[in-house]
Write a protein that binds this ligand. Sequence first.
Ligand code: F6R
Length: 612
Amino acid sequence: MCGIVGYVGAKNAVPFLLQGLSKLEYRGYDSAGIAVRTNDSIEIIKKRGSIQNIKDIIGARELNSRIGIGHTRWATHGNPTDENSHPHVSSCGRIAVVHNGIIENYIELKEKLTELDIKFNSETDSEVVAQYIGYLYKTNKNIFECILETVKVLQGSFALCIICQDCPEKLIVVKKDSPLIIGVSEGENYVASDVPALLSYTNKVCRLPEKSVAIVTADEFKLYDFDKNVIEKKLDLVNWSVDSAEKSGYEHFMMKEIMEQATAVKSTISPRINLDLNNNLVKLDNITFSEEYLKNLEKICIVACGSAYHVGCVAKYFIEEILRIPVEIDLASEFRYRNPIVKNSLVVVISQSGETADSLAALREAKKLGARVISIVNVFGSSIATESDDVLYTYAGPEIAVATTKAYSTQLVSAYLLTLKLCELLQKRTLNYDKIMQDIKKLPEKIEKILENKNSIHDIAKKYYNYEKVFFIGRNIDYAVCMEGSLKLKEISYVHSEAYAAGELKHGTISLIDDNTLVIALATQTKLVDKMISNVREVRARGARVLFVASENCQEKLHEVAEDVIVIPEISDLLSASLSVIPLQFFAYYIALYRGCNIDKPKNLAKSVTVE
Ligand code: F6R
């Protein structure tokens, strides 16, 4: 979604603003703009379309300023037009604002300001922020006070970065329910809504606490709450390398990230389990559970969105089988509106970005209802991580492609580890536990084997890229993986697909199957292979072509009923999702490639969805 950058320091702000915005392109946007302070005025350059348009306008001009702000907009209120692009400027022309989030009461504020003869230039909710500050500034020349007064009337979510013509050395930034980071360096300071914009410049960051305002100058920054009380600053060191957010020779981030999965899974499990020794205990960071808590634990509720929700769907099978504790799984956007029962429940929120608005709102609801919340998060210090009672970080590194791959895989193994820890504490370790533990240790090497085999999936995709109708079918854990395979295909190749429980097709949906349909069938659950074969015979009889993804130990007999079979290494049935998802990621990638789609930035989608 929208991206923010800001700079104040001894150098020219423009190169950072443009490069920083380019680094945030992956979040999804449809217009871009920058504002810099020159000696005479605030100069705004903003345009619908890509950042390149801004670069073209600047061209060979020597636009030079020690302070500036920039923005990539993902349209919500008003079309993607030049006028609706950020930065927005107050009527007096002395204040420029970029905004991420949504101002929920913007209509009311706009009406009030319009009655006061203030003219608006856009349809956005964001412009009211610039105009409101500008209105107050007419009578109070203390810009900081005007901003504080403004944030008190705003409802909704907002990360703001503001410059004022009369304050040549100050950026003012505000955070409420939308992430914002200050990057600290010698003689210059940066602002960004996401770490990748800063990686080439500094690894020292301060993530703005919820409901805070900062005054940032070249040499320092001061942090306040909305009542102007000073807040203690907390600096973190980001350990992501500059290269981790580069394509490193790959054509797309998505392929790079698929190929990083063996390493990412190893990085996530290795600090928590001993990979070499015959030691089967899980060290779960500093997460502890009292005996009393465990005695009363009756249910686990998993809450997430999109692919992270699909991780929860797999985890439900895993947890219930191993722990014999019921698991409820909710889409975060539904959870808070159904009056959930969380008494004696552990709530697990899963999120790569840690900023997904729906997941954050669900987390807050769960806490309000008295539940303990553990989150599984990739981005250090993100809002979901900060607000949870405990965090289990995934060590996937930055994920740039909109379609998640390595985050999914690392979330999945984190859910396994959390389950095994509870298993150990609840004294439910059985023979199965040891086998699973050993197999988890083998996951990186088995994932690597599948990655090495990517060309065969490329060849298979070549046969099927023209199909417009695809069904993913499976049973049990395979069904949960089908949901992820189907989402991957839809989001990047725009091919309509559905994930169906294989046994459910005949209850209606089979009417859609014809000789224009491709069916991708998963068979990794040994006890269910014969049932899958029967379901595949049903779709074959109606003309569909069938591609099987099956475990080594399940593949026998499948060649007779399918055009193609992709074989994945043998692993405990309960862990098969960690392997079977990878051919589906490759498949979606190659289909999208053959169809000429924009793989890393699929249309209409944003990487981190910070609006509800
Ligand atoms: C799909 C995808 C999305 C995210 C979802 C949640 O490839 O990436 O479905 O999984 O938007 O995002 P996070 O995990 O950041 O909360």
